[in-house]
Design a binder for this molecule. Structure first.
Ligand SMILES: Nc1nc2c(ncn2[C@@H]2O[C@H](COP(=O)(O)OP(=O)(O)OP(=O)(O)O)[C@@H](O)[C@H]2O)c(=O)[nH]1
Ligand SMILES: [Mg+2]
Length: 342
């Protein structure tokens, strides 16, 4: 899942990208967006590594996408930038609050910009479909069906309703998929503060209904750039208790509706990411296409049970080891063994 760092210009998107991935984005490529990976911290993964002491360890990685900032004044110049943002599967809206400003107004303005962009896409499509219907061509019926599916979506947007929380039918989901609607994507706000943030900085945003996390990105980048020996003293001077990196990554992970599952043995302990609601079959396919193709069944246990009881044998003895079929909905923290034949 590609997670877009999005927002207005100079809000701190590239700063958070660098802080989380350790990679400095190349300004020359800023217009098309840049991808970097960040390891997702997970105590269960660390526990499995201790238990198996494997030859190889592969933690889960989150794919971050640094996107060009929108111009908040010249809204009509944003089309190309917005087309880059559409490539993301989920949005982390970075709000620059390090020099004052009104974060709630920022969040709403940005949301409005995204809604207008989505409306534009729908209106263009609807116009073309209506023209086709008038011409009475053989695809007339298909066009009418599509219109019936997407007009209600247009109406939702026109009435200011957020698509993120709206119920779509499976057909509507399918009909709107190729539009990559921005306000349909899961979203987290990241408030970029000047100082070590206290919770009060985010309370106005969470009262307004947003999922939000705060971090002083500029300050933390400065800390990261220091020599190891100087970091602690500098951080203490500015009231930084611990780096926000892990906290921010966990918040992104939660808000983007993903889960982690694991495959562990003496050879390799590995963490995988999956969208919430996906099945054992999808998990198998994430590991390898052969595993999905030849799927017979899967054996599942909770990593928490394995770590608490100390071995697979003990988990079995406690009746916490389960054989499941294709349709088993994976839970966060499942350990899986896929039985397959190809
Ligand atoms: N003081 C302070 N300045 C910051 C902070 N974050 C960003 N800035 C300022 O904003 C500039 C741009 O930061 P970036 O992280 O590149 O912002 P961006 O969102 O990637 O900007 P665009 O890619 O141009 O949209 C920095 O050079 C700083 O001048 C911060 O936490 N504190
Ligand atoms: Mg940038």
């Amino acid at each position: 899942m590609r997670i877009g760092l999005v927002g207005y210009q100079a809000s701190g998107k590239s700063s958070i990208f660098e802080l989380l991935t350790g990679m400095k984005p190349d300004p020359a490529k800023a217009h098309s967006g840049q991808i970097g990976m960040a390891v997702l911290p997970d105590p269960r993964f660390d526990g499995l590594v201790k238990l198996f002491n494997p030859k190889k360890v592969t933690p889960a990685k989150i794919e971050l996408f640094d996107t060009p900032g929108l111009d908040r004044v010249h809204g009509d110049s944003n089309n190309q930038r917005i087309s880059v943002v559409r490539e993301a599967n989920a949005l982390v809206h970075v709000i620059g609050a390090y020099a004052g400003g009104d974060p709630v107004a920022d969040a709403r303005n940005f949301e409005d910009d995204l809604m207008l962009a989505d409306l534009q896409v729908l209106e263009n499509r609807i116009e073309r479909l209506e023209a086709s219907v008038k011409k009475n061509r053989p695809d007339r019926e298909a066009c009418q069906e599509e219109l019936a599916l997407i007009r209600p979506v247009q109406e939702m947007l026109q009435s200011g309703k957020l698509l993120r929380n709206a119920e779509f039918t499976a057909e509507q989901e399918q009909a709107t998929k190729s539009f990559s609607l921005l306000t349909r994507k899961p979203q987290l706000l990241l408030l970029n503060t000047a100082d070590a943030a206290d919770e009060s900085a985010t309370s106005a945003l969470s009262s307004a209904g947003y999922k939000v996390v705060a971090a002083p990105l500029g300050l933390e980048l400065e800390v990261q750039a220091l020599d190891e020996s100087e970091r602690a003293a500098f951080a203490a001077d500015f009231g930084l208790k611990e780096p926000s990196r892990e906290r921010v990554l966990r918040a992104i992970f939660e808000a983007t509706e993903q889960i982690t599952f694991f495959t562990s043995d003496e050879k390799e302990v590995r963490a995988w990411l999956l969208r919430r609601g996906m099945t054992a079959f999808d998990a198998a396919g994430t590991i390898h296409t052969d595993l999905a193709r030849g799927f017979i069944r899967a054996e599942i246990m909770a990593v928490d049970d394995l770590l608490r009881l100390g071995s697979e044998r003990e988990v079995k003895a406690a009746n916490l080891y389960h054989t499941v079929g294709k349709d088993h909905v994976m839970r966060d923290g499942d350990e899986i063994v896929v039985r397959f034949s190809v």
